[in-house]
Design a protein around this ligand. Structure first.
Ligand code: ZN
Length: 134
């Protein structure tokens, strides 16, 4: 597996409406997309910082993954996403190294990317996502 860069950093927020002005007015970033990902039960907002994006995640369902995260930990950094050439190959590589996977094969995430998550139990507490645009 070869990681080219940090594709995005996922940040759980209570409300996009409350969070976007901080990123735009204080940090001077521009929100270029807001997208709902229904199977993840989230609404996302994206900002570019060089080659890396910030993905804000607002829960649309308290029983969804972000809803549960917010209830347990409150708002904050949720996951780190690395860009790889091929997500399925990368998932196989890390699984062969003994890493527990959340997604055994890739699925569609925000922005049409192929994504797969590694289990934080196997990644020293950091929920890790691998993604590619193919
Ligand atoms: Zn993500």
């Amino acid at each position: 597996m070869e990681i080219s860069h940090i594709e995005h950093i996922g940040i759980a927020v209570n409300s996009l409406e409350e969070a976007i002005p901080y990123y735009e007015k204080v940090l001077g970033l521009k929100c270029y997309a807001v997208e709902e990902v229904t199977d993840q039960k989230v609404k996302t907002a994206f900002f570019k910082v060089g080659q890396t994006k910030i993905e804000l995640l607002e829960s649309t369902d308290p029983e969804g993954p972000i809803g549960k995260f917010l209830e347990k930990k409150g708002p904050g950094v949720h996951h780190l996403a690395f860009a790889v050439e091929n997500v399925n190959e990368a998932l196989n590589d890390v699984a062969a190294s003994g890493v527990q996977l959340i997604d055994k094969t890739s699925r569609k995430g925000a922005e049409g990317l192929n994504i797969g998550f590694l289990h934080p139990k196997s990644t020293l507490g950091v929920l890790t996502e691998l993604c590619s645009d193919k």
